[in-house]
Design a protein around this ligand. Structure first.
Ligand SMILES: Nc1nc2c(ncn2[C@@H]2O[C@H](COP(=O)(O)OP(=O)(O)OP(=O)(O)O)[C@@H](O)[C@H]2O)c(=O)[nH]1
Ligand SMILES: [Mg+2]
Length: 419
């Protein structure tokens, strides 16, 4: 990464725009191979063209638009299906909330959700899950269901089914498809299915075979009603790190419009190593784009002066990343309660909390200074400007890696034994 910026600044100085464009593209592809990235194809083309003719102002403008769109994006997710299939429980699971926690969607053994209810994410108010009443209940007839819930406003649908594939499931899938929206078919409560099968047939029970049967059954039914290439995920709302839950998160992320991926990733609870890595990748991309923008500004006459990235900014950055990965003080309290242990005990596992060690690591700062000096020797550019953005870039990356690593450590402490 350090080499990328050295080469990049060198290319800028030498006005080698072809090399600049190639380096940018190949680095971007590598950086986003897990997430597809927050830059749409159209914007990527715009940046590439601006680089190739050396129009740095256009590059800066395009990156700024991308960062702002990502930060302000709004996500509206509809969760639908028959009554009792686990819609409210699924919303809680996706928001990382226990069913009895404050703000959780109410679930129950009797018909519970009687009207369309929005659940804003407790920490990310730009994300709303719509808990929709069961289709086929007295208040919502199947024929008019989608119109009644106002389907046009949703980014995507999640159809939840918990046992047999019903004609209401088929109707919903077909109607959503006709409306040109995408949906994911979630087969919930597979933990109960496994338990029931094991209890009923203890001698012949095979976990993988039961799961495969459920998968094949859903696939056959969706194909039968003409859904091409249906996306089916087997989940348990009580064991979210297992089955297809992590895979569902990754698929939803990849299929969102680029500018919505950032807001989606922020709200993902750190349920698995995979979701932690998705978060880390998108945040890395944001840090990289910010640094790229600042470095381009340094080469524009009268480009703006960079803000420093000193201890207060570093502390703020650490707090923000802790929140993103569910390691803020409030979340730690919840985890401690769940594990019947003390907050101090949990904090003992977290390396990122030793902020003085983390933020004042001399080797990283020295690396940034060395790198800036090397670049300035080549470019003759203003040393303070290059210093600022490189320092910010290195320290942010370091904080991000430390917090993501801690999130993984904590995840392994909280995982329940598999079914
Ligand atoms: N074993 C198991 N039970 C689940 C799962 N998801 C939900 N449940 C239970 O199923 C029942 C119904 O869950 P809800 O989340 O209230 O279902 P709903 O679809 O929101 O129901 P309505 O609001 O009535 O439409 C509750 O008793 C949940 O605890 C799951 O994945 N596994
Ligand atoms: Mg409900």
């Amino acid at each position: 990464m350090c080499d990328f910026f050295s080469d990049y600044l060198k290319n800028l100085k030498e006005k080698d725009f072809k090399k600049l464009t190639d380096d940018f593209m190949s680095h971007y592809v590598k950086l986003t191979d897990k997430t597809k990235g927050i830059i749409s194809l159209e914007k990527l083309k715009r940046i590439k063209e601006a680089f190739s003719v050396g129009n740095l102002q256009a590059v800066v403008d395009a990156i700024q638009e991308i960062l702002s769109a990502a930060e302000n994006a709004v996500l509206e997710v509809a969760v639908i299906g028959e009554s009792g299939t686990g819609k409210s429980s699924f919303i809680n699971a996706l928001r990382g909330l226990g069913h009895e926690e404050e703000g959780a969607a109410k679930g129950g053994v009797v018909e519970t959700t009687m009207k369309k209810t929005p659940y804003k994410h407790p920490q990310y108010p730009n994300v709303t899950f719509w808990d929709l009443p069961g289709v086929g209940t007295r208040t919502f007839a199947p024929d008019t269901y989608l119109e009644a819930v106002g389907f046009a406003t949703f980014d995507f649908f999640i159809i939840i089914s918990s046992s047999r594939f019903t004609c209401n499931d088929a109707l919903l899938a077909r109607k959503i498809q006709e409306a040109g929206k995408s949906f994911y078919f979630v087969r919930s409560k597979v933990d109960s299915d496994l338990y029931n099968e094991q209890t009923a047939k203890p001698l012949s029970f095979q976990r993988e075979r039961v799961l495969q049967e459920i998968q094949d059954y859903c696939l056959a039914n969706l194909c039968d009603i003409g859904v091409p290439d249906p996306r089916i995920f087997l989940v348990s709302n009580f064991h979210v790190h297992e089955f297809d839950f992590p895979d569902l998160q990754r698929t939803m992320l990849e299929e969102l419009p680029a500018h919505k991926r950032h807001v989606f990733v922020l709200m993902l609870p750190a349920l698995s190593e995979a979701s932690i890595e998705l978060k880390r990748s998108i945040l890395k991309e944001m840090i990289w784009l910010e640094a790229l923008k600042l470095s381009a500004v340094a080469f524009i006459p009268l480009g703006s002066i960079f803000k420093s990235f000193d201890l207060p900014e570093q502390e703020a950055c650490l707090q923000l990343y802790r929140k993103y990965f569910g390691l803020d003080d409030e979340s730690i309290e919840v985890i401690a309660k769940k594990l019947h242990t003390s907050v101090q005990d949990i904090k003992g596992y977290l390396r990122c909390l030793d902020s003085s060690a983390l933020l004042q690591d001399a080797s990283k700062a020295a690396k940034a200074i060395y790198c800036a000096a090397k670049i300035c020797a080549v470019t003759g550019g203003p040393i303070s400007s290059t210093m600022y953005f490189l320092k910010a870039y290195f320290i942010r990356s370091k904080i991000l890696d430390a917090v993501a690593q801690d999130a993984k450590v904590l995840l392994h402490k909280t995982l329940r034994p598999p079914f």
